[in-house]
Write a new protein. Sequence first.
Lengths: 511, 440
Amino acid sequence: MAQTQTLALVEEIESLVSDKLQVVSYKWLSRNYMISSNEAKRLLQEFVEKHDGGLEVVYALSGWLKGSHPSYHIRLVTGPKLAEAQQEFDGNCSIQVYSVQASIPKDPAVLWNAEFIQAEELFKQPWSVDNCLRDNRFCGISSSFVQRNVDGMPVVAATPLTKASVGIGQTKMNVLQPQKNIAHDTIPRADLKSEDVVKDVKSESNGTGSTGVHDQVNKPSEDKEKVVPAGKKKAQSDKSGSSTGGSLASFWGRASAKPKPSSVPVESSNTVSNHNVATEDAQASAREADGSGDDDNQDVTVRRSSNRKRRVVFDLSDEDEDVVSLSSPELPKKQSSQDSKQKDNKSSEKATLNSDTKRENKPMAKEEKSSDKKANQPFQEELSVINKCTNNGKSSSEKPQSCAPDISVNKDSTKNAAPGSPKRRKVMKTRIDERGREVTEVVWEGEETEAKKADKVATKKSENNVSTNSVNSGPATKKTPAVANTTGKGSKKTVNKDPKQGNILSFFKRV
Amino acid sequence: MGMDSEKNSLCRLQCSYASLDEAFEIGKETYRGQQYSQIYFARLHLMRTLLYSLVSQWKPQTPVCTVLGLEQGKECVIVGTLYKHMKLKPCILDEYSKERSAVPLVRPHNFMHDDDYLVLEDESGRVKLGGDLISPSVFVTGIVVALHGKETGAGDFSVLEVLEAGLPPQIEFPLKSREDKYIVLVSGLNVGSSDSNPLQLQLFIDHITGHLGDEKEQSIASQIVHVVIAGNSIGIPRGLVNGQNLASKDLSRIAEPIKELDILLNQIAAGLPLDIMPGPNDPANFSLPQQPLHRCLFPGSAAYNTFRSCTNPHSFEIDNIRFLGTSGQNVDDLEKYSDAKDKLEFMERTLRWRHLAPTAPNTLGCYPYTDSDPFFIESCPHVYFVGNQDKYESRVIKGSEGQFVRLISVPKFSESGVAVVVNLRDLECHALSFGTQFSS
């Protein structure tokens, strides 16, 4: 190591210890400045020699203990006790500087803390990155047989570095990182599977995987988010895992695949909605992809903010539905505009947002709801804003509602999977029944609304809903009982009863 | 040990590894509501055939008969399962007894009493055992033995001699002189508990992976070929896991120790092969044999080919040397119901009885096997270790057919800071201890 580098490092150590009062252990030093452990120890030794006084030094003594049973002992001692501790060893013990710090803490674990935080940071890095924690490159022993499975492909550990290959200035490691990211931008294009994969990343983040789906599971969500805008087109076509082949078919597949992650534990709905949006947007428009930019970071922030905004929209739609069930049929139309703009799943998700009890096959929606509960807000005008925005698609507007157009665009370009998925939604409704009791029920609200919405939408918007109208009215006709529910009138024949209250007719039917 | 041409770079030695845990995995067993009689029956059958063959050499003239076939005054040999009647052993029926008799104070860690007596049972019946030669303090319920004696007038069986199964046959120890290779055994890391010292554990990891120490020490460390963690790696506060719903801040208190352990194991697995066994306090099932800790608990470490999650008990072979070990439940249970001078003696007894956990399923949780008893020791190990004990002890025992076993009691690392290192060349072992005392 060059003399100048050594000097510079020594000075840095000094500043860290004296000014920032940090514990500088050899391990921390080696990881921070990308030097091998032996180098780091040597460096600390030099530092201690040059810099006398004012600092506490902890030495690591190791050797065989005196005594009848052979015992190899390693101990940390502070400077003053060094000589005394050496006596306990039988013969020579090796002395090395373990750490330097401003003062000795009472609790030895404090010494370990700085190192552990560093280790944690390294640990949290994306799976694909091979950092010095993961390949143990700075130790004195090389183990070439160790392999780490990333994406199902083993990555052989690097041999320990003897010379610092990276300059001093570089703090947190990973020279490799930018390269890897680029590399992985291309690879995970095939990655963008349905949300269940994404969810697996969050919920399990299992290191190894055998299937194609799980191979990509290893990547954390941020990677996905970065990758999402970049690889959307290909992702759509490369969809595997739970979805079927082909881009269109895969789109339908995704619609039905979404229910799958019902087994996945409820995650932060944030990520769910993020990924929902991400993947939705992915399929939708090329413009999205381009507009989001090539800079991954920006993508992330853009995506996140758009997701947040998107969630806000959902909130509004939540309230929307609450109100819908009880009062005006006008709102359904706004709802429907959103519905038609969004995938059917989304609409049913919103529906389930209101049913806080059962988890049907749209758990994601439920998750969104659980976090998105907000007070009633005037949303009519916002909805109209949504309706107004057309295919511009850019989620660049600051207003939360601007996300909805994205959704609408998505809906358009991807033909709705309407026929396949159920159009009904469960909605909590409170009403006074014929006996004068206040009844809160979970009600299937569906096609009628859809049909109504379809009608109204046609009046409001042109291009967005043309394709969806016909789709909507199709299933609407099938479910006539549901129609009766949604009018909000007094007498309702609810298809779905409050589970606690039985229907007296069921008694006769069963007989 | 090889010094590379590259400066200061040692190569870690390697060894061949074969896992023999298949018997302990409950993959194909199905639970159809069976009770434990079947495992006892399987055990009796297994060991009786073995004992019959031994009895014919031990007492060729004496006839073997069943318990029901005992005749008074006639010397014979009977083979069956021992049952120890213990006065102080907690029994569920005591809660329902009408009279609340004053039960003597029970020491929670040992239920022995002078009035305990042994009973031998086979398929036909039971008989109480008498005589001075058989001491109830040594035996526990669940052992299959052969007894030579005769029935007394009182209806007891007076024992003259006891025949245990003895050490099982052992594969030959590979004797060719080789280089020193070490395997490290450690247990009771208790990561995340308030009385564990993370600095000590980090020193341990640094040492075995080769960060710590000068060249000499690192060259010693490069000879470590394997690490086995024998249970109790996670120390989750007991009060949290009492079955109630947890607040979100408590959820992180449960998850933090496991994450911390994963980071630590990651550091080890990046350097050398690692086996981790579940223990009584780990997030694994309760009854023996404990199934391997799930890989999803260790997302970082499970990516390595060097990381292996194993059952408890764990049996494996390294360089043709057989190892058998548990996380301590079998010996701890023996300690509650019998007496011995040290833990190694308990271990020796289990080997001589050819059964890892004779008290299962009586007082030790166990899976209700239907047609086999996986704890029966078929082949004698060369090294037999038990984790989570109070202190480090080690001894060699020899068998009648030249078997040679190194018994090791591995202490809890969080309390003692001691791990055990075994040299594969000659099965010598020594302690590896770590200290971080700073206060004067």
